[in-house]
Design a protein. Structure first.
Length: 122
């Protein structure tokens, strides 16, 4: 299954980690991802550019946009700068519910757009 979409939905995490949800999947909201909007990037919007599904997996290529307005672990003082970057979200769906989300985003692009310093290796 492959779909292209252009609509926008408020969304959440661009972290490189797993997220578990116990709510039924509901269209563009992706079963609760919209509830994870990060207050440090307000407004944070996510446009779904492409969806590909096979078996129990759905992969979304998205474009994230936001403004750095709140404290963040890497930049405690808001910069007020806006950003736009791409991300890939991989959803695992079990019995009609999203049970896992893995996400990878363009962190370097985000840091450069927001004027953050890139972490140095120890």
């Amino acid at each position: 299954m492959r779909h292209r979409k252009g609509g926008q939905a408020k969304s959440g995490s661009n972290r490189h980690e797993r997220h578990r949800h116990e709510r039924p999947a509901q269209g563009d909201e992706f079963g609760g991802v919209g509830e994870r909007q990060r207050p440090e990037f307000d407004p944070l919007t996510v446009r779904v550019d492409e969806l590909v599904g096979e078996g129990d997996r759905v992969v979304a290529r998205v474009t994230q946009r936001g403004v750095h307005r709140g404290a963040h672990a890497r930049m405690p003082e808001p910069t007020g700068r806006s950003f736009e970057n791409e991300a890939i979200w991989i959803f695992t769906v079990t019995e009609g519910k999203i049970t896992e989300i893995r996400a990878v985003s363009d962190r370097l692009g985000l840091f450069l757009q927001l004027g953050w310093t890139w972490p140095q290796a120890a």
